[in-house]
Design a protein around this ligand. Sequence first.
Ligand SMILES: *Cc1c(COP(=O)(O)O)cnc(C)c1O
Length: 485
Amino acid sequence: MPNSDTEAISRSLRELESQARLLDPGPEQRSELWNAVGAHVHERLANLAEQAAYLAEFPLNPGAFALAETPSEVSDAVASLEAVARSGINQTSGGHFAYIPGGGLFASALGDLLADLGNRYSGIQFAAPAASLMERSLIEWMARLVGYPDTAGGDLTSGGSIATLEAIVTARDAGEIRSADVTRTVVYLTTQTHHCVEKALRIAGLGECVVRHVPLDERWRMRPDALEEIVEADVEAGLRPWLVVATAGTTDTGAVDPLAAIAEIAEARGLWLHADAAYGGFFILTEHGRRMLAGIEGSRSVVLDPHKGLFLPFGSGALIVRDERQLAQAHRYSATYLGDARDAGGAFSASDLSVELTRPFRGPRFWLPLKLFGLAPFRAALEEKLLLARYFHLRLSEMPGWIPGPEPDLSVVTFRYRPRRGDPNDFNRRLIEAVYADGRAVISATEIDGAYTLRLAALHYRSHLDDVEALLDVLGRESERLEAA
Ligand SMILES: *Cc1c(COP(=O)(O)O)cnc(C)c1O
């Protein structure tokens, strides 16, 4: 009977194979798919200038992305994907000045394509030595940028939040904080610290730490003198000062905390200084940024977001730790099934330094644009954003009724309109609605000291002088229109 069994099985296998092989298109079908997607890509990029920065309404069929057993034409699939681009904030627009704008370099998309083709297992050095080397080189490049010594190591993460979580658990383990210590362990933040820090503390089991919000100066930067006083009082009270988070470019106002002064206090008091440079870190590629971020080399860990300051697509964050061994201490595990895959050449694998095991090969989206274009255009684009913010700040201060916030530390400007009558918060809310309705540019709003405050964040690589002029034009016209109404 085994004979007829194996025959039946092999017949089934042949049938299944012919079905399963549809997942692996041959040269002709590959060309067809490639050309259809290619045509879509060229069309999208050719029409960028005509696209609004914000589109509130697009009639979306709730079943637009429903799936079926049966295959679809590539043209139908691409058409469904087009709907994604037709509502909400247009992340490809130079008129995007809201939140922290994302990037999405074309060269990164090509890098992703090349990375996904080979799908190398970059979490394990043994499985993908060259992929690991590429990612290590990127980490080393960033470590040198922030001025860390050769002991540094890091992780390419999906973003700043995961990088921050890894920083927090590294600092926790380096500080030997056990659960019994948590309620007397003190963390120093400001009210402008990104919420991902408190989120990470909670996830890391440190939600019951004592959190101090260090007072800010008039430009929303941490006051080092106040930090020192509070730490001293905490020591006297028998508490255990552990972590201070300084932000190199806050998300809300773009303020840079005085890193050098904070680093000095951290060093003297044995505090772990974590620098959150998710938004502002890559400005270190510019002269002005280098001055603003001076002292960042005195931190123990730093978070950078290449999907912000290097214009990469979302899903690109990074953590750099001054002493790689501390990062490994907090993250390294082994499993029997990984066997000899560990300890290749003594160097750590990415998964030894990360919460992730299996991960996308993130190197090419990051490496390819830097390799193809060199550093000069990145420096110029970042310099341009700093100058666009200053230009916007200056121009706004010349426009009647407009009250700009402090001169920008980096590329975020806060501002408000002071109406001749009525509630200013209401008026500014109506203003931002008018900006959305116009759609040429998009900004966002925040609340500072109880005041509804508008903000511009210049960080898109496609944002240039004309985009800022267009925004100024909308702001000027709409404020006059609302005053007249
Ligand atoms: C964006 C940002 C974060 C969070 O990073 P994600 O990549 O969004 O997870 C943290 N800190 C600052 C200062 C940021 O601007």
